[in-house]
Design a protein around this ligand. Structure first.
Ligand SMILES: [Zn+2]
Length: 384
């Protein structure tokens, strides 16, 4: 349970935020067709089946009730408030992707735990989101950047929404095949190498200019070879082999550019390439029921609202260019100014707004309000 004093303190700040913003900032497109859900500090969606006629009605509700979590449906319904679900009458749904740092299984998570997030985690998940848009959604599916919107989740990742009319009516099976494609599931590497296993022939393979996974595969290998053995290791290539490949990299790159993969001498080629594909794939939640892309009735954090576990705002991000330089621990802060006295039981070091706080161990500190709020809401601290 969140401490009562902390709850009151946080809610006052949240109310101040919702009172100051323009109602349109938190209104999703076609607000009258969306279902809304609200959470308390213990449960992210404690109440659902809400509907609002317009932006003002939603903002009034936010100021009046100050729920720490606000979610809305990626789907549009005839009657969003109706229940059970089938009475809502589904019209269609955006295609959404939920990228979370914990799904990247980074080594730093072993050190700071899965509920904490560090700069390495945040940079990696931002990079993954840029890749999803630039390497998959735009080139392979042909979505226009105009129809893709993004926002910080408010905690450990990003949400990507595709509102192209062609995806609106897809059922969950079709959405699952999109997930599988970006996750590299069902891609058979042998199909990229028609001469694999044939003696006395050149190993022909994809070229960088090829469409889809083939081209991605060739481009990814060339880029990793150019970036050095760390990048090769990130593709799951074992260090000694990575070093060997790097030594003859000019030759290998020259070959791959022309579709000749003969310069890479490795045993068990099929397993090797399958592993590389897995590492080039986009990492979303491994668990099928947690995968939001496949779910046509999912409730998702409402962009530009506050995340009740951090006090950060799930900022809307207008382009991939903006995403590439987005710094959540600075750009998603909403309360600047005064400092607050707290007692921190234990916390790894926290970087916010360019300053490092902690690590803390039973420490009494006076720190800026946003850093204090973050530690309070993450349950690492109490108010003094
Ligand atoms: Zn980390």
């Amino acid at each position: 349970m969140l401490d009562q004093k902390v709850e009151k303190f946080a809610k006052e700040l949240f109310r101040e935020y919702y009172s100051k913003i323009d109602a349109e900032m938190i209104a999703p497109p076609h607000i009258e067709n969306r279902e809304f859900g609200f959470g308390d500090f213990e449960k992210k969606i404690a109440y659902r089946h809400f509907g609002f006629r317009n932006a003002k009605a939603l903002r009034d509700y936010m100021i009046g009730n100050v729920p720490p979590f606000v979610s809305y449906s990626s789907a549009e319904y005839e009657k969003p408030e109706a229940r059970p679900m089938e009475n809502k009458i589904w019209k269609g749904s955006e295609l959404i992707f939920d990228l979370d740092a914990t799904d990247l299984h980074l080594p730093c998570q072993e050190v700071h735990g899965r509920s904490w997030v560090c700069e390495i985690c945040l940079n990696a998940v931002r990079e993954e989101t840029v890749r999803l848009v630039e390497d998959f959604l735009v080139p392979d599916f042909g979505f226009s950047e105009r129809d893709i919107s993004m926002n910080f989740s408010g905690n450990r990742g990003y949400h990507v929404h595709v509102s192209d009319s062609s995806v609106f009516v897809l059922d969950s099976r079709a959405r699952r095949s999109i997930t599988e494609y970006i996750s590299g599931i069902g891609i058979n590497p042998v199909s990229f190498f028609p001469t694999m296993g044939q003696r006395g022939t050149t190993l022909r393979g994809p070229r960088p200019a090829d469409d889809g996974w083939g081209g991605k595969f060739a481009k990814g290998m060339i880029s990793a070879l150019n970036s050095g053995d760390d990048a090769l290791a990130n593709l799951g290539i074992e260090r000694t082999l990575a070093k060997r490949l790097e030594k003859s990299r000019a030759d290998i790159i020259f070959g791959i550019s022309a579709g000749n993969w003969d310069k890479i001498k490795i045993p068990k080629k099929a397993d090797f390439w399958a592993n590389v594909i897995r590492n080039m794939a986009i990492k979303q939640s491994d668990s099928i029921d947690k995968n939001v892309t496949n779910d046509t009735h999912h409730l998702l954090r409402l962009p530009n609202t506050i995340h009740g576990d951090t006090g950060l705002v799930g900022r809307k991000i207008s382009s991939v260019g903006e995403l590439a330089s987005f710094e959540p621990m600075g750009d998603a802060i909403i309360y600047k100014g005064k400092s607050v006295k707290i007692h921190v039981a234990k916390a790894p070091s926290l970087v916010m707004n360019g300053e490092t706080y902690g690590p803390y161990d039973e420490s009494d500190v006076e720190i800026p309000i946003y850093a204090a709020l973050y530690l309070l809401l993450k349950r690492n601290a109490v108010l003094k």
